[in-house]
Design a binder for this molecule. Structure first.
Ligand code: HEC
Ligand code: HEC
Length: 347
């Protein structure tokens, strides 16, 4: 079974999803801009939900049928299924999938009872979009003397947006989604699994406010049994050993190295207690581990960065590059806090 976010070619149906003031502009579509930004303000849950019941084929590639010349009579710009967990075992109902495109438009869809969401709202294009074909990358659009050339909004390969998943107390950024792949086919689709695979797994589009384990003891927390599963569940798709590789998307990328290596993790590896060191080509990625963030905070666990950064702030703000994961009363949060108070042991 595929658990995926799929895209098919757009047929422009203006649904009045108005452009917000751009705290967001084309400069965000550099290699650096692919990193996290807070969820755009003013999104309205479900604003861009497509019409219909849409309870069939959950987890399947919607775009196989909902594309031009596909079996389905309706064509979506964006559709997919949202899950509660990375493995895609349980659909998430009522989750919010939020996109912001290159023009600052915010698109917001709510997942239904089987986790499905879909929309027909157009997504704006990136004039510097790149396609790759047979291992060769080439720009889809050339630029004019001002550095701009209007890209084709009907060509999915040139679309570009950032995405977030929000569910209750939990908001997860999915950084910038590169132009849709598929080489030469302008109606090609893409699975979000291609971007959000962690540790070699394929992963699903997911987000959850739920705690990782259903039960934690009050005291004598074990790193292996209770704490590591939380980090593995919620943190490792960014805080992994080594680097993250990304595709070309911008003009500056085109002028530079053919592939851009990005560290989404601030040199923090939350898979391992001690930290890690990975050599890739000439580059050595040395990362701190869980210990470096937690040891020495027995007396004041709440100010350990793994907690201080990742909770919702009292003013409702999100200050962490990876989103907000919990309030201070969340069972996962309390378990980590207790484990730190007990000495943050590798036990
Ligand atoms: C195997 C082909 C196929 C796939 C895959 C598919 N659909 Fe459909 N879909 C159809 C057809 C055919 C129709 C029109 C007939 C109907 O209404 O059942 C349709 C109709 C719809 C409708 C409008 C009618 C209704 O049920 O409300 C929605 C919404 C919809 N699909 C959503 C989705 C979503 C979301 C996905 C992916 C999770 C998806 N579809 C995957 C074939 C498909
Ligand atoms: C979507 C990617 C992503 C996810 C998921 C994520 N992070 Fe992060 N994290 C970042 C980025 C980007 C930074 C650097 C920017 C910043 O400091 O906010 C960061 C920074 C941090 C820092 C600060 C390190 C320092 O030295 O300043 C801590 C601590 C941290 N993350 C903990 C966590 C924990 C704990 C989780 C899981 C509950 C988590 N992160 C999940 C992307 C992520």
């Amino acid at each position: 079974m595929h658990k995926s976010l799929f895209i098919s070619m757009t047929f422009v149906l203006a649904l009045g999803g108005g452009a917000l003031a751009a705290e967001y502009d084309a400069s965000n579509f550099s290699a650096d801009g692919r990193k996290w930004q807070p969820v755009p303000a003013g999104h309205l849950p479900g604003k861009d939900n497509g019409a219909g019941k849409g309870t069939h084929n959950a987890g399947e590639d919607c775009g196989i049928c909902h594309r031009p010349d596909g079996k389905a009579p309706v064509i979506f710009t964006m559709a997919g299924t949202l899950y509660e967990d990375r493995a895609g075992r349980k659909p998430l109902q009522g989750g919010e999938v939020i996109l912001q495109d290159r023009d600052g438009n915010v698109i917001s869809m709510t997942s239904n009872e089987v986790g499905n969401f879909w929309t027909q709202v157009p997504i704006s294009s990136n004039p510097y979009a790149i396609a790759s074909h047979g291992g060769v990358t080439h720009p889809l659009y050339s630029t004019d003397e001002l550095g701009f050339h209007p890209a084709d909004p009907n060509d999915t390969r040139s679309w570009q947006y950032k995405a977030w998943v929000k569910s209750g107390n939990h908001v997860r950024p999915m950084v910038t989604i590169a132009p849709v792949g598929g080489a030469t086919d302008p109606a090609s689709r893409m699975s979000c699994n291609m971007h959000h695979a962690a540790l070699g797994g394929r992963g699903a589009l997911w987000g959850t406010g739920k705690s990782t384990l259903s039960f934690y003891p009050q005291t004598h927390l074990s790193f292996q049994k209770h704490i590591l599963p939380i980090f593995r569940h919620k943190c490792v798709h960014c805080h992994i050993p080594g680097s993250t590789l990304t595709r070309l998307v911008t003009q500056s990328d085109m002028e530079g190295e053919p592939l851009t290596q990005i560290d989404y993790s601030r040199s923090l590896d939350l898979v391992s207690y001690e930290g890690s060191s990975v050599t890739s080509g000439d580059t050595v990625w040395t990362k701190r581990g869980i210990k470096d963030m937690t040891a020495g905070y027995q007396d004041d666990p709440d100010s350990s960065l793994v907690l201080a950064k990742t909770r919702w702030q009292t003013d409702g703000k999100v200050i962490h590059g990876g989103g907000a994961f919990w309030s201070t009363s969340d069972p996962d949060y309390k378990a980590i806090r207790q484990w730190i108070a007990e000495g943050a042991q590798d036990n």
